[in-house]
Structures are given as C-alpha cells and as structure tokens.
Ligand binder design. Structure first.
Ligand code: AMP
Length: 112
C-alpha cells in the first residue's frame, strides 16, 4: 500500500533496524522501545490488522509465530510478550498488521 509506513519500511524507502527478513515477513526494532528488547514482526503483504486475517491470508500469521520463536531462541529470550493491537482504542497507531515482541523487563498483567 503506497501510503503505509510499514510497507515503506519493507520496501526500504524508510530506514529501519532490521532483525530478520524472509520472503513472507520482516522484523525490525521498534523506534520507541517499551522494553530492553522490542521488535515488530510484520507480513510483507499488506494486512490492516488481526481483524483482516482470514482463510486466504492466515498462513503468514502461523509463519510469523514460527519466526518469533526462532528469533527468541537465537537471542536467548526465555520469557517474552507478543502483542498485537487492533483498532485505535486498543492502541493501534500503524494500520499494517504487526506483532510486538517485548522482553527483558518485568511486565504486569493485565496491561494498562
Ligand atoms: P501500534 O501502536 O501497536 O500500532 O504499534 C506501532 C509501533 O510502530 C509503535 O510501537 C511505534 O513505536 C512503532 N513505529 C512507528 N514508526 C516506526 C519506525 N519508523 N520504525 C520502527 N518502529 C516504528
């Protein structure tokens, strides 16, 4: 999508701190980290949020979770949180599906 920030990051039009990339997804460090480790994993195909996941595109979500587990193992992360905000009230500010991966500090539940 031409006006999507994360599509521009995937295309390399906006710089990012890349953590991982393959044919289906891209991972990069969050620009405003909320934990010592905070990266985002996104599908290369534009999907607006979890609310747009369906039978035609859900395989990439399974793949993203495999990638998250792989990165976590490689980085020695044994405790971490995976979050996806859906809609403005939940805190979504970029409308391209993304999974926050946060680690390295104590976290509370429920979130604020
Ligand atoms: P959300 O608010 O759940 O939609 O998450 C969007 C995330 O994208 C926020 O945590 C932002 O800090 C992050 N973000 C926004 N712009 C950039 C950027 N250029 N590079 C990396 N992360 C970004």
């Amino acid at each position: 999508m031409s006006d999507c920030l994360f599509c521009k990051i995937i295309a390399g039009d906006i710089p990012s701190s890349k953590v991982y990339e393959d044919d289906l997804c891209f991972a990069f460090n969050d620009i405003a980290p909320q934990a010592p480790t905070h990266f985002l994993v996104i599908p290369k195909a534009h999907i607006g949020s979890v609310s747009e996941v369906n039978g035609d595109n859900s395989a990439v979500v399974a793949h993203i979770f495999e990638v998250i587990a792989k990165i976590a193992k490689e980085q020695g992360m044994d405790s971490y949180r995976v979050v996806s905000n859906i809609g403005e009230q939940a805190g979504q500010s970029v409308f391209h599906l993304h999974f926050h991966v946060l680690s390295g500090r104590d976290m509370t539940w429920p979130p604020g």
